[in-house]
Design a protein around this ligand. Structure first.
Ligand code: FDA
Length: 403
């Protein structure tokens, strides 16, 4: 006799565990990893940036910018914060509304595991799913664990297996395969929240400055982020670059402003009048890290003192500082991307419940869906909100008429 569950959740990550805690019981969560919540464990440098107090739908990228609104409203950042407080997990705001655990990301995993136990949801690890098929009343799944196969049946399947980012941590893209098997379309997927790579002179500059960080404004097309930028041996990283990577497309430039809060030309003219008998890099070093100032002076090939520079030359210098146009050659890819942009097309899903419009009982939650948050705790909030939406919908379905 096959084991029978009301709900089988594929993926014991943030979204899957959150969902399991709300399905109303008879739930099994399956994961091929050795431990649940591996991405939670490593997130936020081991402290998990578990939400953002400013979360709203505009912090998410999706072909349908309205899709996330319903789930985000039914389980908000304040709901998750209250939950964290109930579990006495100490936390702090780091910057820009980003909330981190004071101690360890493991506390968030423990919270979710406790919730699952309380909800009588079971966890089965190191298990692969080799087949899923639709039956009259639900689904049949074939599992494989340590070489042994088993068949399970259930009414609902929740796909919570995340995206393709960081394959070393168990990301497979399996969720996209299931979506296609059941006739769902996918939007284009690509690595996001990922460092950008360069070649030529820019790469040489980045290598020279590797390890130097600066608060900058980075723009592509009409989108800008004001956050830290970090030079690396491969190109550019840091929050401002990770954010812009979700919007950047091949062959497009990005524009970097290294002194975003200054009108640079105005500043340089004033400095020329105030004390122009100083070398350019020395003047720049008053406003920028010394190594960056030296690189800018080198890049513009302007020599001599500030007083020797015409307005046109100062304009060139100002542009090199605040309109630095760069052409990335690519990204570091899924190996280091924090998330996968795109996913299961939201056109095929009900926004209140995350249920498939065409296959009753099939749900998609978390990163596998075409809803991608900015850097700063938004992606976990999407995992909590979408997991809750699907879980509570399943729980309320238990008490209504059978399908
Ligand atoms: P998630 O990837 O968490 O879980 C999917 C689960 O499915 C995994 O347990 C995986 O093993 C399992 N799985 C995959 N394929 C399977 C298969 N074929 N069979 C069975 N199981 C399978 N976000 C944020 O808001 N704040 C932060 O601080 C960070 N920090 C961060 C750091 C790093 C290094 C990364 C890579 C990512 C982040 N993120 C983040 C993003 C965040 O981790 C991510 O958006 C969520 O974990 C997504 O939750 P899901 O549950 O959808 O997928």
């Amino acid at each position: 006799m096959p084991r029978i569950y009301n709900t089988i959740i594929i993926g014991a990550g943030a979204a899957g565990m959150m969902c399991a805690a709300h399905t109303g019981g008879q739930t099994l969560v399956i994961d091929h990893a050795k431990n649940p919540g591996e991405k939670i464990r490593i997130s936020g440098g081991g402290r998990c940036n578990f939400t953002n107090i400013h979360t709203e739908a505009s912090n998410f990228i999706s072909q349908n910018p309205h899709f996330a609104k319903s789930a985000l409203k039914s389980y908000t950042q304040h709901d998750f914060i209250a939950h964290v407080e109930r579990h006495n997990i100490a936390y702090h705001e780091k910057t820009l509304g980003q909330l981190f655990c004071d101690n360890s990301a493991k506390q968030i995993i423990q919270l979710l595991q406790k919730d699952m136990q309380n909800a009588d949801a079971h966890l089965q690890l190191e298990t692969r799913i080799t087949e899923i098929s639709k039956t009259e009343s639900g689904f049949q799944l074939t599992l494989e664990k340590h070489g042994k196969n088993e068949i399970l049946t259930c009414r609902n399947v929740v796909v919570a297996c995340g995206g393709k980012s960081i394959p070393k941590m168990g990301a497979t893209g399996f969720g996209y395969q299931i979506a296609e098997q059941f006739g769902h379309t996918l939007t284009d997927i690509r690595p996001a929240l990922v460092p950008l790579t360069f070649d030529g002179d820019i790469l040489e500059t980045a290598k020279t400055l590797a390890g130097v960080a600066i608060d900058a404004k980075v723009t592509t097309d009409k989108t800008s982020f004001n956050e830290a930028l970090l030079f690396t041996h491969r190109g550019l990283s840091g929050p401002a670059i990770l954010q812009i990577s979700s919007y950047w497309r091949e062959k497009q430039p990005i524009e970097v402003a290294l002194l975003p809060s200054h009108d640079c030309l105005d500043l340089l003219r004033r400095e020329r009048t105030r004390s122009g008998k100083r070398a350019i890099h020395k003047v720049l070093a008053e406003f920028l890290p010394k190594s960056i100032a030296a690189q800018i002076a080198k890049r513009t090939q302007l020599t001599g003192n500030l007083a020797d520079q015409s307005d046109a030359k100062l304009q060139r210098l100002a542009a090199a500082i605040n309109h630095w146009k760069l052409y990335p050659i690519g990204t570091e890819g899924y190996r280091t991307a924090e998330v996968t942009l795109g996913g299961v097309d939201t056109d095929g899903l009900l926004s209140k419940t995350m249920q498939s419009k065409s296959v009753p009982g099939l749900y998609f939650i978390g990163e596998v869906v075409d809803v991608t948050g900015w850097l700063g705790g938004y992606n976990f909030q999407w995992a909590w909100s979408s997991g809750y939406a699907a879980g509570t919908a399943i729980a309320s379905d238990i008490t209504t008429a059978p399908r």
